[in-house]
Design a protein around this ligand. Structure first.
Ligand code: FUB
Ligand code: ZN
Length: 642
């Protein structure tokens, strides 16, 4: 049984603060820029063609000439879907008739690309309809459908317009008829890339159509029942996308039925999208066994396979989780989408069990890897988020080709950029939750929240750069109303005052539960001191290293701030960390740190018999999410210390 739900999309409004500024950037820069890219109008950016693909699919259905055919990845459709979803969330925060019209027009194009039976996918419609549903291993039809379903639910909730929702209901019913036919080979099939499961659950919640719950449940339950399904499927087909050979089931999380899984394995985005849907289903259906599997997988990720930045999937090979404690900095993969998926998973775990262990990770992933995924100007994006970059090696050495020192404008495989846009514009969904009695604050976002339960609360804060969070209770449902505020585990001390006096609260699983009345003013003061983080000795790559954080922000050092060379620096952990004043003109507004450290003086030889000298120095650090915004530059998160 769910303990709390995300707030309604329309419950949050905001004009000010860190999150609101990011949401303005999405509206003013990111969405228009990405729309240009999707239309192949952004100079210098990788070609997308995705909107043209939809137009061409519509033509193909009418047997018209499809001049420039299909272009891009087999899952190209999903870029348009994620963009539309981001537009929907943005329209809630910043209504904009012009943007809404652009989105409505795109929806029209998408509707025209849908076949009479409900099928919708431009790759297959343009290239070869006979290939439909014959290659779930590589083909991404269900993945693309899932993303469009998410867009449809979001657009309906944001605007009340149901054109896309109707398209996707028809599509979901079509998928139901194909995959729920007990006599078909496809009855044992499951998606190569999980995504449609979580989307079908959204469709169920939006439309209340039980088929969608049944189908999501089926896809989740059937996964891994036949671990060889992809090989069986391959034996039946004569075509492939990448000629990939089905492995032992690790890559796509199908080695075992999901309830028996314990280690987070394989492609990290696939994994967390799947785990998100498992947690959602477990909460919806009160399924203890499934919930326990989710908890095991959660612990596998967060206790053994996650970076300090909330990055996951440490290896480029298969964009995947590696084994426990294999967390290299310089060859890290850490796809932006994977940290977004981790936030989804965390949010669903929170719905079943309000505990700061989930919200802490959600926050870590957001303020570090997810935000690092986008240039501060909103026009360039990282797919891979390493924790160390040494130009000359990064992006050049064969082993480091994937770790780029600068964000590109776009990608041939462009899953991450629109994913960041939809995540930031829907931030409030992750920040606040509610049930009949209690309103929850998991993350702190400045703004007003009209909870469905009748409570109305205004949050005022300059978080994550200041650590006072004020809540004004504008209205309450009744006398028993309650507000639960997360106390992050990084905050070594905190105080809560209510109406200027020491507040009374019950601390449960990292949340302070406070009874609230109309007019109450609650002030949470978190620890503003920077702090050192020491890694487990089980992580070989981090042995003898330390990282520096303040609040949820992991800091890094860049050579541009440190004598053009950070490799010769080491931190003095007995020294001081000075919090420098907030600089509005630095990196879109940030608070740098000045750390006591040493510079190692060594001769130029590759190896030397002389012990190096250490001279005292100060090291400047900036938040990790801001790195790579000042040209090509060395960057490190972990440092040796003395
Ligand atoms: O396969 C679709 C998306 O493209 C995945 O989620 C990303 O990892 C990228 O491979
Ligand atoms: Zn991605």
């Amino acid at each position: 049984m769910k303990i709390q739900n995300q707030i309604n999309l329309k419950s949050f409004s905001s004009q000010d603060g860190f999150i609101s500024n990011y949401q303005k950037l999405i509206k003013d820069v990111v969405l228009p820029y990405q729309y240009q890219v999707l239309n192949d109008n952004a100079e210098g950016a990788e070609k997308s063609h995705v909107i043209k693909n939809f137009i061409n699919a519509g033509k193909a259905l009418l047997n018209l000439d499809v001049d420039d055919g299909f272009y891009g990845m087999v899952f190209q459709d999903s870029d348009a879907a994620k963009w539309l979803e981001a537009v929907a969330y943005s329209l809630v925060v910043f209504p904009d008739k012009e943007l809404e019209k652009i989105a409505d027009d795109l929806i029209c194009i998408i509707k025209n690309a849908q076949d009479k039976d409900g099928y919708l996918n431009t790759y297959y419609t343009i290239k070869d309809s006979d290939k439909r549903w014959t290659n779930l291993h590589e083909g991404h039809e269900l993945y693309c459908a899932g993303h469009m379903m998410e867009a449809a639910c979001a657009y309906y909730e944001a605007t009340g317009k149901d054109t896309l929702l109707e398209v996707m209901e028809k599509n979901a019913e079509h998928i139901f008829s194909v995959f729920m036919n007990k006599d078909s080979f496809l009855f044992q099939a499951y998606p190569g890339h999980p995504e449609v499961e979580l989307a079908l659950l959204k469709m169920y919640k939006t439309t209340k159509n039980k088929h969608f719950l049944e189908l999501a449940e089926h896809f989740i339950n059937v996964r891994g029942e036949n671990p060889h399904f992809f090989a069986d499927e391959k034996a039946k087909r004569t075509w492939s996308v990448w000629n990939s050979i089905p492995d032992n089931g690790e890559y796509a999380q199908n080695a075992k039925p999901v309830r028996e899984q314990s280690d987070a394995t394989g492609h990290s985005v696939r994994a967390v999208y799947l785990y998100d849907s498992m947690a959602d289903l477990a909460g919806l259906t009160d399924d203890e066994e499934l919930k326990n599997a989710c908890k095991r997988l959660w612990h596998s990720i967060t206790q053994k396979r996650m970076y300090i930045t909330g990055g996951i999937g440490s290896t480029v090979h298969g964009e995947a989780f590696s084994v426990d404690y294999d967390l290299p900095n310089d060859t890290a993969y850490c796809e932006t989408c994977a940290s977004i998926g981790l936030m989804f998973f965390a949010s669903k775990m929170l719905e079943m069990d309000v505990n700061n262990e989930y919200a802490d990770v959600m926050e870590k992933a957001f303020y570090n890897t997810v935000l690092a995924g986008m240039q501060l100007d909103g026009k360039k994006f990282f797919y891979v988020n390493p924790l160390e970059i040494i130009p000359g090696i990064a992006g050049v050495a064969q082993t480091h080709k994937h770790d780029l020192p600068q964000r590109p404008q776009w990608y041939a495989c462009a899953c991450c950029p629109p994913n960041v846009a939809r995540l930031i514009s829907s931030f409030a969904q992750y920040a606040y939750g509610e049930n009949d009695k209690t309103s929850f604050c998991h993350l702190y976002a400045d703004g007003k929240i009209n909870f469905n339960n009748g409570n109305q609360i205004v949050c005022k804060t300059k978080y994550p750069y200041e650590f006072d969070v004020k809540f004004e209770v504008c209205d309450v449902k009744n006398q028993n109303s309650e507000f639960a505020i997360r106390i992050p585990s990084w905050s070594k001390k905190f105080t809560i005052t209510k109406n200027g006096k020491k507040g009374t609260y019950e601390l449960k699983n990292g949340y302070a539960y406070i009874s609230i009345c109309k007019g109450d003013e609650i002030l949470l003061k978190l620890d503003s001191n920077p702090y050192f983080v020491y890694p487990s000795t089980k992580i070989p790559d981090l042995s003898g290293n330390v990282a520096i954080c303040r609040g949820p922000l992991v800091y890094c050092m860049e050579s541009v701030d440190n004598y053009e060379d950070i490799l010769s620096l080491c931190v003095n952990t007995n020294g001081k960390i000075k919090v420098l004043p907030f600089e509005q003109d630095l990196l879109s507004g940030t608070t740098p740190l000045l750390i006591d450290g040493y510079k190692i003086i060594q001769d130029e030889d590759l190896y030397s018999f002389e012990k190096p000298k250490f001279i005292k120095t100060k090291i400047k650090a900036v938040p990790y999410y801001t790195w790579g915004n000042r040209g090509i530059n060395q960057m490190k998160v972990w440092f040796s210390y003395k």
